[in-house]
Design a binder for this molecule. Structure first.
Ligand code: OOG
Ligand code: MG
Length: 263
């Protein structure tokens, strides 16, 4: 059930998308709209997506967020959320991220699944996800909440496309049968120093559980993950703030490395 009308949804989508495109922060929207529901929050996110597609941007993937305890405790929100990835969010492996286009970026070590069969909830489980997976590859997400000081609640962050802003994928792809996804280790280095370490099971007990949850959440809106979807599972470790001039390198067990630089 939604409590906001169409005009309010459109106004809030324009408000949050302008903050993204102009790289300025805003106060969290539930302060002004305390009656907002989860359905309203997703309606705002989907309206932002519609605006981008109308302008000619392509949607190139989906992401889950707040799927690890490290992230949930860091952000003070104890439920996962999802968002979409637009074409211009993609940064080439080893490439440069323009700090001035963002508000207060942080990086996250993630994994991505690419599917070869559709997944539609409800009832999608880990087995369905593994069967539908074409390959897994490493990914780094750059998140950039539009909310002041990265402070938000679940409804506000959902409306803000779950802080999506940039992502980098690359490294080495692998078949799920050749990986131990739960114990797959990641080491995040910033400016040559190790800042975070983790393993796949930090994400909802098993990385594929995150993709299953996404399919089930999308199913609630009658949406599905078509074959060929690129899906990021959410940060394995806490996110790390990046400043101009910082470089990073994330090493993934069996999957190579992903690096980049903030300029
Ligand atoms: C919300 C997005 C979290 C993840 O991987 O957990 C996220 C945020 O923390 O701003 O992308
Ligand atoms: Mg993320």
């Amino acid at each position: 059930m939604g409590n906001l009308n169409k005009e309010q949804i459109e106004k809030l989508a324009a408000h949050l998308e302008s903050a993204e495109l102009e790289a300025h922060d805003v106060t969290k929207i539930t302060d002004d709209y305390p009656e907002m529901t989860y359905e309203d929050a997703f309606d705002i996110q989907w309206e932002i997506r519609r605006r981008k597609e109308e302008r000619g941007n392509r949607i190139v993937g989906m992401k889950m967020g707040l799927t690890s305890w490290a992230k949930m405790s860091q952000m003070g929100v104890e439920q996962p959320c999802y968002g979409f990835l637009a074409d211009y969010f993609s940064v080439p492996e080893g490439g440069e991220i323009k700090r001035d286009e963002l508000i207060h970026p942080k990086i996250e070590a993630e994994l991505a699944f690419v599917t070869k069969a559709p997944l539609k909830g409800p009832g999608v489980h880990i087995g369905d996800v593994l069967r539908a997976t074409d390959f897994v590859l490493p990914a780094v997400e750059v998140i950039d909440s539009r909310y002041r000081d990265f402070k938000f609640d679940l409804k506000s962050v959902i409306a803000d496309n779950s802080s999506s802003s940039r992502f980098i994928t690359g490294g080495r792809m692998a078949d799920v049968a050749d990986l131990d996804l739960k114990s797959l280790g990641v080491v995040m280095e910033v400016n040559g120093e190790v800042v975070e370490v983790g393993a796949g099971a930090a994400v909802l007990g098993h990385p594929a559980a995150s993709v299953a949850m996404l399919a089930n959440m999308l199913g609630e809106r009658g949406e599905e993950l078509p074959a060929g979807s690129f899906i990021m599972i959410g940060a394995i470790t806490a996110a790390v703030q990046m400043n101009k001039g910082d470089s990073f390198c994330v090493r993934y067990q069996d999957l190579g490395t992903i690096s980049g630089k903030f300029v």
